[in-house]
Design a protein around this ligand. Sequence first.
Ligand code: NAG
Length: 358
Amino acid sequence: MLSFKLSITAAIVAALALFTYTEACERGLSWGTEDILGTKMGKGYVSWYWHWQDAANKYLDQRGLEFVPCFWGPKYQDKWNQRKKEMAHDLPKHILAFNEPEIPGQANMGPKHAARLFMQEIQPYAKKGVKLSSPQMVYKLDWLETFMDECDKLGCQIDFMALHWYGTHKDLTAFKKWISSVHKRFNRPIWVTEYGITSAAGASQQDIKNFHMKATTWMEQTGYVQRASWLGCFKVNSPPDSYASNKNAFFNGNGSLRDLAYWYIYTSGSNSKRDTIPHHRHQRSLPGMVHVPRSGVVHTDLDGATIIDDEDTFEPYQDIVECDDYCQLRKASIEKFEAKYGRLVDEEADDDEEATKA
Ligand SMILES: *[C@@H]1O[C@H](CO)[C@@H](O)[C@H](O)[C@H]1NC(C)=O
């Protein structure tokens, strides 16, 4: 009888695991612009957001989005100390660890030091039921491996892996490969907390939108990319830096939503049949779930605000770079790992003819 009960329990547990495993990827925001713009973006499929160092945005909170605090790294210890004070009375569900630790201009830490700091600053929240991320990586798999090994020794709890990706619109294959390599090697759910197209890719607005749609659809289909946040929370005429294309922007210069944002907020991945709108925002019905290409049209969003198709009035980029330094480092890093562990990537991750032929 006991074993019968156990096997039923096991079956239920397996069924539940299967269910959560196939849940579509939740769309989020890498926040970093005027808070008031949150009133336009915190809608539809967008269910969560993070800021790499700062506090929650009250407008996004009012809309019921989940805020995910982040410990950027030692350089912004003071900011983290403020987050810790806030978390003392407002415990988050998730915390994101160090921002690009393998990059000198970013968190810039050794993996063993990072593991010790993780234990000291982030691990204490595991006991309170908070889910914790790996450091947010750009390319360096052996850094991540050393960190994870050290973490095993020290007893960190890494619930999910957090990744960033920037590249060209022609490189959807490389995007998939980066994400699926980390999933295969570390066998945890993935959050893609920043991604976008580089300036040097020389992409048109339509190229960027196509990439954005395909990447989102693919992530939703993997079953293991739990969350993703496109780096688009800025006005098209004031990008945070020149590395990523300003055409990744969700906002026009006057703060109105761009077509890219409209797609992200209101349109499900073209092959996804599942309605992924979080329950708390089900009250209002959404426009058609299938993406219809539009041009030169003025639209109205659910709050009556005007949305105008993105114009592409920019000069073509002069020095197109197909695979920049980070892209090459990422490629080499994956190849090194494959030499060590065998092929890390599913066949279908390479099966992206449209993108490679484009
Ligand atoms: C905001 O900017 C967009 C893009 O330049 C433009 O089409 C639109 O008319 C502007 N809206 C307002 C209210 O000024």
